[in-house]
Design a protein around this ligand. Structure first.
Ligand code: C5P
Length: 229
């Protein structure tokens, strides 16, 4: 078992995990794993290879041999993501790719095929791991586990704002419906369903700013991991 520290941050889509993890990783000078990006990459690669998102026998080897590079992880900037040498940073962020990701993520074989790749991110001085099953499955031995929540409407509002800032126009009602559908798929699936680890600290972010959530996480880091930040 690795002694390299890991902070797991799990929770539903649109809760702000990505932003919180990036800032926390930057403040600590630690690496970051965006595990959702891996599922999004499998969905995108499947689409490009003409494979359906439920074709488990074909998706398992695809996930296992995914040719992916994350260009930077410790600078604090959003890492560029390369798939088969091509920059797909924006392509994996579409709502369609998110929906595909949550479909391929239902398949136990795909989840298993991505495990080693996720474990490889655990490098010194430490890792902040963002996902759905970081604390329950992938890094079940993590010394600090956090589960972020917020009600679906608030998450839809945040996602709406985020997409608008990127110039991507979406319909709010459709976005809310998609978030609810994704929540249902993520929490009802048999493999690594979305739920807090029994030893996770649950933080409801509905009325908190990103800075307030970051501060709570950093306070837990100081108390539980004895790190200076
Ligand atoms: O976090 P993000 O929205 O990028 O994740 C996309 C989808 O990938 C999620 O809706 C979820 O179905 C899946 N996922 C997962 N396990 C993870 C991370 C993401 O099942 N650790």
């Amino acid at each position: 078992m690795s002694t390299t520290p890991v902070i797991t941050v799990d929770g539903p889509g649109g809760v702000g995990k990505g932003t919180v993890c990036r800032i926390v990783a930057q403040r600590l000078g630690w690496h970051m794993l965006d595990s959702g990006a891996l599922y999004r990459l499998v969905a995108l690669a499947a689409q490009r290879h003409g494979l359906r998102w439920d074709n488990e026998p074909a998706l398992v080897p695809l996930a296992g041999h995914l040719d992916v590079q994350f260009s930077s992880d410790i600078s604090g900037n959003e890492a560029r993501v390369l798939l088969e040498g091509e920059d797909v940073t924006d392509a994996i962020r579409t709502e369609e790719c998110g929906a595909g990701a949550s479909q391929v993520a239902v398949l136990p074989g795909v989840r298993a095929a991505l495990l080693d790749r996720q474990h490889a991110f655990r490098e010194l001085p430490g890792l902040v791991a963002d996902g759905r099953d970081m604390g329950t499955v992938v890094f079940a031995d993590a010394p600090l586990k956090i589960f972020l929540t917020a009600d679906a409407e608030e998450r839809a509002r945040r996602r709406f704002k985020q997409l608008k800032e990127k110039g991507i126009g979406v319909n709010f009602a459709a976005l809310l419906e998609e978030i609810a559908a994704r929540d249902a798929r993520d929490s009802q699936r048999n493999a690594a369903a979305l739920k807090p680890a029994t030893d996770a600290v649950i933080v409801d972010t509905s009325t908190l700013s990103i800075e307030q959530v970051v501060e709570q996480v950093l306070t837990l880091c100081r108390e539980r991991l004895m790190v200076r930040c």
